[in-house]
Structure formats: C-alpha cells, structure tokens
Design a protein around this ligand. Sequence first.
Ligand code: SF4
Length: 74
Amino acid sequence: MSTSTPEITIDPIGCTGCESCAEVCPECFAMQDGTGLAVVREPLPDPIPDCLNEAIICCPTQCIHVEYPPESTS
Ligand code: SF4
C-alpha cells in the first residue's frame, strides 16, 4: 500500500547544528558526523511520527522543509 510520504529537506545553509530536531524527533532526524549538521533519516518511518511537526516548530532557523506529494488521481 502506498502512502503519501512527505519529502523532508533541510536547508544546509540555514542549519546551525543546534540538534533540536534530532532531540525532538530522532525518528526523522540525525546529526551528521563531520559536518555537525542535521540530516533526514532514510528511510523515514512510516507513518511519519507527529514529532516531525514539533521539530519543524523547534528549528530556530526554520530550515526544515516538508513537501507532501500531490494526491494520486490514478
Ligand atoms: S533544528 Fe534546524 S538548525 Fe537545529 S539542527 Fe535541526 S535543522 Fe539544524
């Protein structure tokens, strides 16, 4: 069964590496060794946990972007 998994991206220029997203929603975000910036986990959990929205709100630079695919009309 296909679900509408959102595409989550982090603007690397905006990310300060504050770790808030990874603390609030470790299911979706992790901190990358080396760069110290946040990365989106792959694969994302299905269903997407509610903490994704908390992480978006917590991000001090609002650099987490979520795009939901258009509904399939097939
Ligand atoms: S909360 Fe935002 S700024 Fe902080 S690590 Fe996550 S993506 Fe980067």
